[in-house]
Design a protein around this ligand. Structure first.
Ligand code: S5P
Length: 268
């Protein structure tokens, strides 16, 4: 299917430079799975990407989880991800003032040089997006920020009255914003977020697992198909894949469920 058909109004309306790239990759691979590669060794990460690379549409990392991180090892890992046609999304959850966030894009990990997308909280105000974009600009690159508008974990404070609305207001007309993180564990909350966001931005959702219910330490899980029907454009799946007995088969299963749900949604 052509991206414009399956993504509907989102295809024309999304205004971050990377949005169409993601939507195209998702169509080529027939997958809306963003792999949360939350492993702590380079060997583990390389093995995982070798197994599931063809079945995922983007790669989400937590670079500071890794015990044996090296500049060269990371460069090779990123090259592998690029060879699999994956946008690289560092889930750093930046939250500081604009100039410091810009500086934190550099440092030892030099996130600005390899990440296409990063997450940010809007707690410090909307200028964090410009700070992060300036970070990419410092090395002649462009990227996209995913603002956390909701979270999947129990008792999180983003659910306090007005917070999500303020986040949407802060990000909706900024072209540096790739989209919003929504709560994949509660389809009804996600549908409300989609109403607020309209078609101009993508929504990616963690808190998704075929085993619906409570996870460890406050994580909550909802069903991937329901999340996409409620307006998610990408399901962030971590332990549901990397802890499974056969990561390739499981990634394929999540890919099929997510793609079928998108096709069903496009027919609605
Ligand atoms: O609200 C959130 C936002 C994020 S980005 N809840 C989350 O769980 N995440 C991230 O998604 C989290 O940092 C982790 O990398 C992933 C979920 O992993 P899983 O193992 O629970 O699927």
């Amino acid at each position: 299917m052509e991206p414009a058909d399956v993504w509907g109004a989102r295809w024309d309306a999304c205004d971050n430079a990377l949005s169409r790239r993601y939507m195209e990759v998702a169509c080529r691979k027939q997958s809306l799975v963003i792999l949360a590669a939350d492993l702590n060794t380079m060997a583990g990460l390389n093995g995982l990407i070798d197994s599931v690379g063809p079945h995922i549409a983007a790669l989400k990392t937590h670079v500071d989880l890794i015990d044996d991180w090296t500049t060269d090892g990371w460069r090779d890992f990123c090259e592998k991800a690029i060879a699999h046609d994956l946008l690289i999304f560092e889930d750093r959850k930046f939250a500081d003032i604009g100039p410091i966030s810009r500086g934190q894009m550099a440092g030892v990990y030099d996130i600005r040089s390899w990440a296409n997308i990063v997450t940010a909280h809007g707690i410090s105000g909307p200028d964090i997006v410009d700070g992060l974009c300036a970070g990419w600009n410092d090395v002649g690159r462009e990227g996209g920020v995913l603002l956390l508008a909701q979270m999947s974990s129990r008792g999180n404070l983003l659910g306090l009255p007005g917070y999500t609305d303020e986040m949407v207001k802060a990000g909706i007309s900024n072209q540096g914003v790739f989209g919003f993180i929504g709560n994949g564990s509660r389809a009804e909350e996600l549908a409300v977020l989609r109403e607020k966001v309209g078609n101009q931005k993508l929504i990616w959702t963690p808190g998704v697992n075929l085993a619906v219910g409570d996870g460890v330490m406050g994580q909550r899980y909802g069903n991937p198909r329901n999340a996409i029907h409620a307006g998610s454009d990408g399901i962030i799946v971590g332990s549901g894949i990397y802890k499974s007995a056969n990561v390739k088969d499981t990634a394929t299963e999540y890919a099929e469920i997510s793609w079928n749900a998108l096709v069903e949604r496009s027919d609605e």
